[in-house]
Design a protein around this ligand. Structure first.
Ligand SMILES: [Zn+2]
Length: 394
């Protein structure tokens, strides 16, 4: 099956964001060619559309979709207590499945074709199934190194290790996690801010290009240099980091050292699940074209998938998004790169392809499942204190 996308504004991201001339041919799920006079079985007329690589979210807890906007004002400490401490244990297997399905549809709906799902929730098989049902491409990162070999993610889903230590768990556990991940040949990522994590891993000789640090606010200049020397990568979540008080995002410092740096939504309990608003949050100090790279090819590099996704290079997976340009919020498009970074929203995402197939169709069944899961989990909320207001004492 050869599908030709014609009449589009093709926006590539590598080596730098720019428009390219021609039509785009998809064959067997991959980008076969860009050019003129290409023969196909099926033609998609993309007049008025920007066609570009799908967005890459390098860090998201997909299971939190059913807690959407629950705590827009919470600090990191409150998030850890309520979401991870109180509500996460209330998720049943069905809840995890429904939440991951719905969260993956949230990502696809917003043009995110690859999500790095940092899945620190029980029932990993149910979480994986949710991703599969949605059709998203994913890196599925799970904290239990012993469970990983049994999960056998396949096809569009790549396994990874979600290391808890050395920041949120013991150093020796982190060491064992890193060693196990390397034996399995899987990518590693960990949450870290402030002083210590990079230094400890450096001392133990555990840094490498297969390690992605999430956040990194407050890393010292020395730590950033250690990361750069080891080829380690970074995922920043500027919207969440500013909102929850992690500190000023380290985007500019990481990129100044040549560290591949991707963007992450992180959690929809606090911020929206689209990467457009994250791109906007990443703009201060970073040019729009670089922000678009972070959301595509550079993010792909940060998670170790840049040979497969992130640009329109022939041979790569046909993970593509079509962005409509005719809305009052998009037209006139003077510079397509700037339009995507500064103006586009999820409402402008017209069609989403993963491996050459249209994905992301939501259903009432999926939404009902998410709402049921949400209601079930929220029963674990601590009872609200009775308000002692003007009405009391009557
Ligand atoms: Zn996170």
């Amino acid at each position: 099956m050869r599908t030709l996308i014609t009449n589009a504004t093709l926006l590539d991201t590598d080596p730098e964001p720019r428009t390219v001339e021609g039509d785009l041919l998809i064959e067997d799920g991959r980008i076969a060619a860009i050019g003129g006079d290409l023969a196909a079985d099926h033609v998609i007329d993309a007049q008025g559309m920007i066609v570009m690589p799908g967005l890459v979210d390098t860090h998201r807890h997909v299971w939190q979709s059913v807690l959407r906007a629950l705590t827009p004002d919470s600090s990191l400490g409150e998030y850890l207590d309520l979401i991870l401490g109180t509500l996460a244990p209330a998720f049943t297997e069905d809840d995890v499945n429904a939440a991951n399905h719905w969260g993956a549809l949230d990502a696809l709906d917003a043009g995110v074709t690859t999500v790095y799902d940092w899945s620190h929730i029980p029932h990993p098989e149910a979480a994986l199934d949710g991703l599969r049902q949605a059709g998203v491409r994913a890196v599925f990162a799970h904290p239990d190194r012993d469970a990983l070999p049994r999960l056998r993610p396949s096809g569009r889903i790549t396994p990874a290790l979600a290391a808890i230590g050395p920041v949120y768990g013991p150093v020796e556990e982190a060491v064992a996690d890193f060693r196990a991940a390397r034996e399995m040949g899987v990518h590693i990522s960990l949450h870290a801010t402030g002083v210590g994590a990079v230094e400890i891993l450096h001392e133990r000789g555990l840094l490498g290009p297969d390690v992605m640090f999430v956040h990194g606010n407050g890393f010292t200049g020395d730590a950033v240099k250690m990361m750069a020397d080891a080829g380690a990568t970074a995922s920043v979540a500027p919207a969440v980091e500013r909102q929850m008080g992690h500190g000023e995002p380290h985007t500019v410092k990481f990129r100044a050292h040549g560290i591949p740096t991707g963007l992450g939504v992180d959690t929809v309990v606090t911020v929206p699940g689209d990467l457009f608003s994250v791109m906007r949050a990443a703009l201060p100090g970073t040019p729009a074209a670089d922000v678009l790279r972070m959301a595509t090819i550079e993010g792909a590099r940060a998670i170790g998938l840049d040979r497969e996704i992130g640009s329109l290079t022939p041979g790569k997976q046909a993970d593509l998004i079509m962005i409509s340009t005719d809305s009052p919020g998009m037209a006139p498009v003077i510079d397509p790169v700037a339009a995507v970074v500064a103006s586009a929203t999820r409402g402008d995402v017209h069609t989403v392809f993963v491996a050459g197939r249209v994905v992301g169709t939501t259903s009432a069944k999926a939404r009902d499942g998410a709402e049921r899961a949400s209601r079930n989990v929220l029963r674990a909320l601590p009872p609200r204190r009775v308000r002692q207001g003007a009405g009391s004492g009557r």
